[in-house]
Unconditional design. Structure first.
Length: 145
């Protein structure tokens, strides 16, 4: 597919709430493939559609367990608390400690348009929260302790 340009802090799309995906189509599947290619090319573990300039509620994640694509993801449950260092492909060369829930449950659609529920802890939970924040126009630097 294609490696796309990653938008960086200061680009208004990163501060805009992303729009829901009404229907999973071939275009959505192409977006997911391009996002995965872009994430892997940048050596990232997650990417949200606004980071490539597309204001849609789509994220891709790979924390070493294989790629995961979620459409219209929503955190429906969270518990615990952990502070750890984060960075972001849209904010190069910046890191900071961020408090996140230790465990989350996320409801979403998968790339086939099927409803899925993801229960996550550790790095996966952190990355899901980070990427879902992007869909709300929130950047990790807003939460740095």
């Amino acid at each position: 597919m294609a490696v796309l340009s990653i938008r960086t802090i200061g680009d208004p799309v990163l501060r805009t709430e992303a729009k829901p995906v009404d229907e999973v189509t071939e275009k959505t599947e192409g977006l997911i493939k391009n996002m995965q290619d872009t994430m892997y090319d940048a050596s990232g573990v997650g990417l949200a559609a606004p980071q490539i300039g597309i204001s849609k509620r789509v994220i891709v994640v790979d924390v070493g367990e294989g790629p995961l694509a979620l459409i219209n993801p929503e955190i429906v449950e969270s518990s615990g608390s952990e502070i750890d260092e984060e960075g972001c492909l849209s904010i190069p060369n910046e890191n900071g400690n961020v408090e996140r829930a230790a465990r989350v449950v996320v409801d979403a659609l998968d790339s086939d348009g099927r409803e899925v529920e993801i229960e996550a802890e550790g790095l996966l939970a952190r990355v899901l929260q980070h990427e879902i924040d992007h869909l709300e126009g929130i950047l990790f630097v807003d939460k740095v302790e």
